[in-house]
Design a protein around this ligand. Structure first.
Ligand code: UD1
Ligand code: CA
Length: 549
């Protein structure tokens, strides 16, 4: 273990977080695409500790499951009914001692276990304690604290900061003259004079394990909240003449905790400001940092341009020279180099180099657009592979499909993938040209280089090189509107266009009256020879009694 590698990090996450007023445990609320606990665990893991313990109680199962998901190596420790940060650390230390002993018994050389000792082995060395609700605290700051602790051979090293408004925080008590840290007093236990102190406890410490173990044994609950205060360890250690040091961090954002949703938002904005600034320094153009949101795990290459209103979430990565936005939200999307993605909402999609997407595209999971391809305006794509250079430019739904390279899908087409029970796949070959307003009724295949006419409903496979058109020819039913929709705005407009009087139009008289066939049909019906009653107003049956050409 290097001197700056702690024997353990203990992350405190058992508190209730009452002021969040949420069903979700406080440490599971998120900023920058990561839970508060996720931020804490990432920083903690950055120290490469031998063991990493998370203390849980409120929302226990959800918090424990999330902690394991973020970091499968964590040790979950359950706090009992005794409240307070001191109790939380005490149970964690007990659990760490137990695993240390267990490792020694099993014949393994556990962390911090002395080589030859008559004493039962317990955890020894530096123990970092931090709160699970301080999302901007990073491994660098923790590392500096640990280095000071080790180099100065401290028993206790506490991270502090000085703030304008210290209300609610524990205040750092220093000895007059020497400035030595003598203790921490909580807001509610403080005197008026102590409340004037603006140097506060950040709830981040390094302790020598043995000192911590012994001091916690002596911490009572004689305070305003009746809790076991971890902060009391500071005074106890000082009282024993042990070295207690405070390391002050100038940048207070780094150590600010989240207690309510206003702080959650403020820290979220600040984290984002820092993330975006880092990317700008790394060669990314951000036109409007205030409306650009980039999660901490997003990766951007040089010369990426983010236009206003762009939000990049999760594991999204963007290749060199691509332009995203304005108003684009991508979650877990891989974007290649030289791509343009405009006014697009996408998740779990892959966009290769040089693609052109949007404006107004909706990319659902499983969308894969190969290099140079296009997904245009008012196009929704789901679980579909669109080949290199292929284009789906306008007003189209592509679901469960493979589209070959160089193919063009006509405007306003639907990949009819759902039969009401199951989803089916459509395969369209390379360099095909499908007409506008096509329905691809899956499962169906259109071969390489095939064409389809406008308005084709493709139910049967189309062989390579064929043209497919839908059979029914267009019919014209003269005067239908006058007879079936008399008195409507449509009838009057048609009447004006044909130079008829509006009275004729309203009376339902078509130009030229009824055809002889229509008259005959009416007569037959009047004699009762027609046996099948029909919906005579539905346009689908309108040929009845009408003149068709
Ligand atoms: C604590 C410190 C205070 C410091 C402040 C910084 C104590 C007594 N006070 O006060 O000096 O200025 O943090 O934000 O330590 N937790 C548990 N188990 C518990 C209680 C809390 O695990 O029984 C966890 C919480 O989940 C949280 C952290 O400890 O992550 C701090 O708890 P919180 O209740 O927020 O402490 P504060 O009153 O803010
Ligand atoms: Ca707090």
């Amino acid at each position: 273990m290097s001197p700056t590698q702690p024997a353990a990090v203990i992350v405190l996450a058992a508190g209730e977080g009452t002021r969040m007023k949420s069903r979700t445990p406080k440490v599971l609320h998120r900023i920058g695409g990561r839970s508060l606990l996720g931020h804490a665990l990432t920083a903690a893991r950055g120290l490469a500790p031998a063991r990493l313990a998370v203390v849980v109680r409120h929302g226990r199962d959800a918090v424990a499951a999330h902690a394991r998901e973020v970091d499968p190596g964590v040790m979950i420790v359950d706090q009992d009914a005794v409240p307070g940060t001191g109790r939380a650390v005490q149970v964690a230390l007990g659990a760490l001692d137990a695993v240390t002993l267990g490792a020694a018994v099993a014949g393994h050389q556990g962390p911090g276990v002395p080589d030859h000792s008559a004493e039962p082995p317990v955890l020894s060395g530096a123990v970092v304690v931090m709160a699970g609700d301080t999302p901007l605290l990073d491994a660098d700051t923790l590392g500096e604290l640990l280095r000071a602790h080790t180099e100065d051979a401290n028993a206790v090293t506490v991270l502090t900061t000085t703030v304008e408004d210290p209300y609610g925080y524990g205040r750092i008590l220093r000895e007059e003259g020497t400035g030595a840290v003598v203790g921490v007093v909580e807001e509610r236990d403080a005197t008026d004079a102590q409340r004037e102190i603006r140097e506060i406890n950040t709830s981040t410490y390094v302790f020598d394990a043995a000192v911590l173990r012994e001091a916690l044994g002596g911490v009572g609950r004689a305070n305003d909240q009746g809790e076991v205060y971890l902060t009391d360890v500071v005074a106890l250690a000082h009282g024993k003449g042990l070295r207690v040091q405070a390391i002050s961090v100038e940048d207070s954002w780094l150590v600010e905790g989240v207690n309510d949703r206003a702080q959650l938002a403020a820290l979220g904005v600040e984290l984002n400001r820092r993330t975006v600034e880092e990317w700008m320094r790394a060669g990314v153009t951000v036109v409007d940092p205030a409306t650009t949101w980039v999660d901490v795990d997003v990766e951007l290459a040089r010369d990426v341009t983010l236009l206003p209103g762009t939000q990049l979430h999760g594991s999204t990565t963007v290749g060199e020279g691509s332009t995203l936005g304005p108003e684009t939200t991508l979650t877990d999307v891989t974007v290649g180099a030289g791509a343009t993605v405009c006014r697009t909402h996408g998740s779990s999609a892959v966009l290769e180099d040089g693609v052109d997407v949007g404006p107004f595209a909706y990319l659902r999971p499983g969308t894969h657009l190969a290099s140079g391809g296009k997904i245009g305006t008012f196009v929704e794509v789901k679980n579909a592979r669109i080949g290199a250079g292929a284009k789906v430019p306008h007003l189209t739904y592509v679901g469960d499909a493979d589209i070959g390279e160089g193919t063009n899908i006509g405007a306003s087409s639907v990949f009819v993938n759902y039969d009401g029970v199951e989803k089916h796949r459509t395969r369209i070959g390379a360099h095909a040209r499908t007409g506008s307003d096509n329905m691809f009724v899956a499962p169906v295949t259109v071969g390489d280089g095939a064409y389809t006419g406008a308005g084709t409903t493709v139910r049967e496979d189309v062989p390579p090189g064929a043209l497919s058109v839908t059979g029914a020819s267009q019919r014209i039913i003269e005067g239908w509107v006058f007879r079936r929709r008399p008195g409507t705005a449509a009838a009057r407009a048609a009447a004006r266009a044909l130079g008829m009087s509006e009275a004729d139009a309203d009376a339902g008289v078509a130009p030229g009256g009824l055809s002889p066939q229509a008259r005959a049909e009416r007569a037959r019906r009047a004699q009762g020879s027609s046996t099948t009653p029909r919906d005579r107003t539905a346009p689908g049956n309108s040929a009845e009694g009408d003149s068709v050409r």
